[in-house]
Ligand binder design. Sequence first.
Ligand SMILES: C[S@@+](CC[C@H](N)C(=O)[O-])C[C@H]1O[C@@H](n2cnc3c(N)ncnc32)[C@H](O)[C@@H]1O
Length: 338
Amino acid sequence: MSSSPVARQPGYANGHYGNHHHGNHHDGTARDTNENQRAPIREFGHEYHWSNRLVVPHDPSELGYQHYQHELFRHCLGEQLTFGSLPPVGFDEYSILDVGTGSAIWAIEMGKCFPQADIFGIDISPALFPRPFNVPSNVGLFVRDATQPWSMGDFNLIFMRDLVGGGIRDWRGLLAQAFSHLRPGGQLEFAQLDCFLSAGAQSTESQGTFGPRSAEHRARFMELCGSQFITFDPIPLVVPCLCAMPGVHFVAQQVLYLPTKVRDGACSEEIKRVAMVQKILPLLLENRSLRLFRRSGMRERTVRELIQGVLEEQQDPAYDAYLKMTIIIATKMVWEAT
Ligand SMILES: C[S@@+](CC[C@H](N)C(=O)[O-])C[C@H]1O[C@@H](n2cnc3c(N)ncnc32)[C@H](O)[C@@H]1O
């Protein structure tokens, strides 16, 4: 576990974005000074990371998706930014890491809520990083591959949301590395929105209540992830993995099934939530499926027709589909057994 101070040399051109001035134990230099100059891969009207590792784009469409998703998580968390409880606002010496920060919307809002905390966002790509003047002074954004050994210090809170898309192959390795970088009493939060629709908690997938096109999309999605060794649903392995971490104190999981259409007797909160889900769905389906399905040889038109079919089913009263949201938290013991 690394907790020794490391000199920080921030600088926009070196892959550090933001005006971060707090703390002194995180290395803010870039590993890849050319990252920002590399041309993205352009396919299907989208832009993808130059490395060809990712099937999820880094472009305005994905920026829109990340913002809608953030709104949805906030709504489901009662306008909080985390599921786990945090110390009172103003808590000093608090250090937070957002892994795979993307547009940094979460890191920036955390920075505003906790002006005395140090917030760090890392991402393999800076493509969606906001301009430095939109980043609070206690937030720093860095280009880093989270699958490489971390040269950063330790954190009170490590946040990971929606890291799917091909950039992480070894989820256990990532979780182990993150957990080892938690300070005693620190907390890891892992959040995920499924990339496909499901039947609700009460039904089984085989009942077909969520529509034949939605079922086909889901089945193909899983099959293609398997054949391309991409885990789009890491949730089943996260809880067992965290429970086995040395020094783990407590693990909790919350699962919400969000309806895609308004049900009879829905309250205003549910109506608002459904509107958010409906805004997300077209972007979710396109940005997560298009490149994955195309890679397996499916024609772009066929993929788009399948997505359109899934969306049309959401208007059909015969079907009842849900988007699954999962949030997992794990805390580390304050005192580690020796
Ligand atoms: C779908 S976005 C989610 C962004 C953000 N966490 C949110 O919830 O708004 C996933 C992000 O993870 C990043 N990512 C994927 N693999 C990564 C890796 N190995 N190291 C760092 N970032 C990675 C992607 O570049 C992308 O920006």
